[in-house]
Design a protein around this ligand. Structure first.
Ligand SMILES: Nc1ncnc2c1ncn2[C@@H]1O[C@H](COP(=O)(O)OP(=O)(O)OP(=O)(O)O)[C@@H](O)[C@H]1O
Length: 560
């Protein structure tokens, strides 16, 4: 691992290009982006849908490779690191917070918070741990499981998990996207406090100008280039800037403090010309280790390649080594190849701890995401109409069909595509396009017919419940968010998910209200459905009574 002095920026992109696909399907997601992310600062990344925000964040975090250019985290040059190096980097230097919380449902809040460190064989500094717990106000909820926590509390657990290891930088991808305005404001206050009081560095992708206004600096992306920035932003200033950017290239103003070459305005369309095909002629590696003629492909079936199918095969064929987490004392969390146990971690909704959630792209034509309000605004505000549906979203309902552990009554040989359907974006994205002139580093793609490296436990065995912590163990341990044994192809297409999981297994679009999940929906309390009573009428009446009783209560208020 190449390291330089750790006095510079917390993270840095130098003339970074990211190109997906080739020919007609080519997408230039990042064009010549150069940016320094200052240590001890809270930076927000904003821009229209498809402008490259997530791609930039993923490249910075080593979750995705760049096509050209260089990325640094702290003193470490990320570009060119192999799998083991990337794993160590993400484990030791980076914290992740995702929109979907990504907590393990079978573990308590405390166990979730400590899990990444436990897997890495480290213990938190007790004083710092206490500080984190106090700051996130989770002291009285540490023994609760995610299903017993509100969305805001779950996200605070995720924040604590990211913070407790004191990473060089925390990357947060729409951390408030699933929260109501109050919980969102809570999480943002906590994040900005951790920057101001404890010197944490945070980089957050958001669509929400109010969320961005908590940051010290907002970077604006348009069409893959950094086009502007605002320091000490207000929500109004951010909103104004976003409006201009949405108007198109003519709206792109000079980027204060941004190197000219990163502004992407060197041709009449406002686009910086693409650097051209990679020097090797453009044969880019696919998920299955083959090569797309002329580059990667966006064709879902091609991208799904053997990755998703492979993961399905792995899980269906072998329920073998899963991780057992001794959950009674967090410091004794262990991973061990075992078949069963009270705390056996099976399929995990949305991936393993901190793993990037499958990307749920916001439908540009859909309803706008819930807007947050800063505390001062909330105080004088009128009741918020969207509150109930958005609050309901915060319950982190496991994706239908994707996550809940198989009910105990499931036949042992029944193929369970749950975990395999937890797509791993990092794996797929890293495999999209190798840097020009390079093929993907070993381990990033698996040849057809082989279990990918990412699906192997430390002993090389296929890891069942591929998203489970067994895939986190050992040298390949991916802790706060990374490759957790699911070499599963492109994460985006619901068509692809459907193909594997069945039609119900689509993810809700970002920011869109979904039905509140009841306890019966939660993975760790899943029970086989009770048989319908013969006389259904009284039951219906009972359901009615329960519903109207529920309607009178404010369940989230109870939580808080
Ligand atoms: N795996 C991929 N294959 C092909 N194109 C991709 C892939 N990932 C992203 N892109 C494309 O790259 C561009 C930037 O995508 P990205 O997800 O970074 O945008 P974004 O600003 O985060 O969007 P949003 O706000 O909607 O999440 C888009 O045009 C997108 O379609």
């Amino acid at each position: 691992m190449t390291t330089t002095a750790v006095t510079g920026p917390a993270a840095r992109a130098v003339q970074v290009w990211k190109v997906y696909g080739a020919g007609e399907t080519e997408v230039v997601a990042l064009r010549d982006v150069s940016v320094d992310l200052e240590r001890g600062k809270f930076t927000a990344i904003m821009g229209p849908s498809g402008s490259g925000k997530s791609t930039l964040m993923h490249c910075l975090a080593g979750l995705d490779s760049v096509s050209r250019g260089e990325v640094y985290v702290g003193g470490t040059r990320v570009t060119g690191l192999g799998d083991a190096g990337l794993t160590r980097l993400r484990r030791d230097k980076i914290g992740f917070i995702f929109q979907q919380f990504n907590l393990l449902p079978t573990l308590t809040a405390e166990e979730n918070i400590l899990l990444p460190m436990s897997i890495a064989g480290r213990k938190p500094d007790p004083e710092w741990y206490r500080t984190v717990i106090e700051t996130v106000r989770l002291g009285d909820r540490l023994g609760h499981r995610p299903s017993q926590l509100s969305g805001g509390q779950q996200q605070r657990v995720a924040c604590a998990r990211a913070l407790v290891a004191r990473p060089d930088v925390i990357f947060a991808d729409e951390p408030t996207g699933n929260l109501d305005s109050r919980s969102g404001a809570d999480v943002l206050s906590f994040l900005s406090d951790s920057v101001r009081t404890h010197g944490q560095t945070i980089v957050m992708v958001t669509h929400d100008p109010v969320a961005a206004s908590y940051a010290d600096r907002v970077l604006f992306l348009a069409d893959g280039a950094v086009v502007d920035e605002i320091l000490a932003p207000t929500a109004d200033a951010v909103l104004d800037r976003m409006r201009t950017i949405d108007e198109g290239p003519r709206g792109l103003g000079p980027a204060a403090g941004i190197p000219h070459e990163s502004r992407g305005t060197t041709d009449p369309t406002g686009r910086t010309p693409h650097p051209g095909p990679p020097p090797d002629g453009g044969g880019l590696p696919r998920m299955d280790g083959g090569t797309e003629p002329g580059g990667g492909s966006r064709d879902p079936s091609a991208r799904l390649g053997s990755g998703m199918a492979q993961a399905v095969r792995v899980f269906a064929a072998d329920n073998g080594p899963t991780a057992t987490l001794t959950s009674t004392a967090p410091s004794t969390l262990t991973t061990a190849p075992t078949q069963a146990g009270p705390q056996t971690v099976g399929p995990v909704p949305q991936g393993a701890p901190g793993e990037p959630a499958p990307r749920t792209r916001r439908d540009p034509d859909g309803p706008p995401p819930p807007r947050l309000r800063r505390p001062a605004e909330s105080e004088q505000s009128t009741p918020e109409p969207a509150r109930r549906p958005t609050r309901a979203v915060g319950r982190a309902k496991p994706e239908p069909g994707s996550a809940a552990p198989a009910p105990p009554t499931a036949p042992p040989d029944a193929p369970n595509t749950g975990p395999a359907a937890t797509p791993d974006q990092s794996a797929s994205r890293r495999s999209d396009v190798a840097p020009p002139g390079q093929t993907a580093p070993p381990g990033q793609t698996a040849p057809p017919g082989q279990t990918s490296q990412a699906s192997l436990g430390p002993d090389g065995q296929a890891a069942a419940g591929v998203a489970g912590p067994v895939a986190l163990a050992g040298e390949d341990a991916e802790v706060a968010g990374v490759r957790v044994g699911t070499e599963v192809g492109e994460r985006r297409g619901s068509a692809r998910r459907k193909a594997v999981q069945g039609p119900a297994a689509t993810h809700p679009p970002k920011g869109r209200p979904t039905k509140r999940s009841g306890p019966q929906d939660q993975a760790d309390t899943a029970e086989p459905a009770a048989p319908e009573p013969e006389n259904a009428k009284p039951r219906k009446a009972a359901v009615k009574r329960t519903t109207s009783r529920k309607a009178k209560q404010d369940p989230v208020a109870d939580d808080e």
